[in-house]
Design a protein around this ligand. Structure first.
Ligand code: GLA
Length: 379
């Protein structure tokens, strides 16, 4: 009798514990006013928090305006670069935190052929188109609704916008799950078009505005990369990383080889390249792992995408004053943009970015945060 009663009590205790854990992991969602655009459109910030991490996302550009995660001593800090006000994002944003599209990364000469027709898209990077053109998905206001553990943003990009064919209905779902922020994109089109979406957060795991990212250690699960010309357009070759400064197959301090005398680094002014991930395309698997020995923070990036652009913040030059008045020095943030390869519409040997009517574009990226308590593995 005692045993049965004891068992029952234990069972009850267990159930309460499970409920408490579930309750703790539940995502709280709050909404606040961020500002108004010149045309009167209101912009909101949705903050998702679950007691472990906290992400704030603006409806303008789907910008992750802050991402707070603990260090090895449980101190929370904001690990993404950005601004305190909407007007700063509108007037001068090097894509801090934004969703980039309709085509993330570059399209050579702003031109491509699709089903026999030539399209010209807006050029905003010399002779090339970058991140969707002059007014890409980073500069539009998305409709938001709350969903389980997060929010869903929707943007309808009309036929001909920035030169791209077809009306595209794009969705980006941001959800928290334990120690991870998951971003899931989907899109449909009413005419054949090209779609490539990513998030352009600049990470600094020491904390935004707290020095450069050169002490961070990075691992990229890729044996090959797509070498570029002087305008950062891929040549079409898939080249082995072996023996180059782009070999991050084992975790390596970023500053160790960033200024190596290698042609590809000169072209990128540091790292600004697309890595060809070793995993099977479509399968959610590790693309990269970033570690800051100082704070112990670890960011693991998992994706269903075939490529990863690692950009080491080479265009930051100390002229931007970001959140809390912090100055963003050269290489003080880095991007890990999960994506299809740059300029894919002009490279039939790259995985296709074409989206046909009746099909659905779908892409998942998970940012998993944790801490490492020791300094082992430091190079
Ligand atoms: C991408 C590009 C870089 C740069 C940044 C924005 O990561 O690859 O060359 O344009 O966006 O500054």
């Amino acid at each position: 009798m005692f045993l049965i009663e004891g068992g029952f009590k234990l069972g009850l205790l267990w159930a309460l514990l499970v409920m408490a854990t579930v309750a703790e992991a539940k995502t709280q969602i709050t909404k606040k006013f961020f500002g108004t655009l010149g045309d009167g459109t209101r912009v909101e910030i949705y903050t998702l928090s679950n007691g472990k991490i906290e992400a704030a996302i603006a409806t303008y550009g789907g910008i992750v305006v802050s991402l707070r995660v603990p260090d090895r001593n449980a101190n929370m800090d904001d690990v993404v670069l950005g601004y305190d006000s909407l007007s700063q994002y509108v007037s001068n944003n090097p894509y801090f935190g934004a969703i980039v599209g309709r085509y993330a990364n570059r399209i050579a000469h702003g031109s491509f052929v699709l089903e026999g027709k030539t399209y010209s898209v807006s050029k905003n990077d010399g002779d090339n188109s970058l991140h969707g053109g002059t007014r890409g998905f980073d500069k539009v206001v998305w409709k938001a609704k709350t969903i389980k553990d997060g929010i869903e943003l929707t943007y309808v990009s009309r036929d001909g916008e920035e030169g791209y064919p077809g009306t595209v209905i794009a969705n980006a779902r941001f959800t928290l799950n334990d120690n991870e922020l998951r971003v899931e994109y989907s899109a449909t089109a009413d005419k054949p078009t090209v779609v490539n979406l990513t998030n352009h957060s600049y990470f600094n795991l020491t904390g935004q505005g707290k020095g450069t990212i050169l002490q961070h250690q990075l691992k990229i699960s890729a044996s090959r990369f797509t070498p570029v010309d002087s305008t950062l357009i891929p040549t079409g070759e898939l080249r082995s990383v072996e023996g180059t400064a782009l070999d991050f197959r084992t975790s390596t301090r970023i500053g160790q080889r960033i200024d190596a005398n290698e042609d590809q680094l000169h072209k990128g002014k540091g790292y600004d390249h697309n890595w060809v991930l070793d995993k099977t395309q479509g399968q959610l698997a590790e693309a990269a792992e970033l570690y800051d020995p100082g704070t112990g923070r670890v960011l693991q990036v998992l994706t269903s995408e075939p490529g990863l652009q690692f950009y080491s913040g080479n265009f930051l030059d100390g002229t931007i004053v970001g959140k809390q008045g912090r100055v963003y020095a050269w290489r003080s943030g880095l991007c890990l943009e999960t994506q299809h390869f740059p300029d894919s519409p002009n490279h039939p040997n790259f995985p296709s970015t074409e989206l046909k009517p009746g099909k659905r574009y779908h892409s998942v990226t998970a940012l998993k945060f944790s801490v490492r308590s020791d300094l082992s593995g430091q190079r």
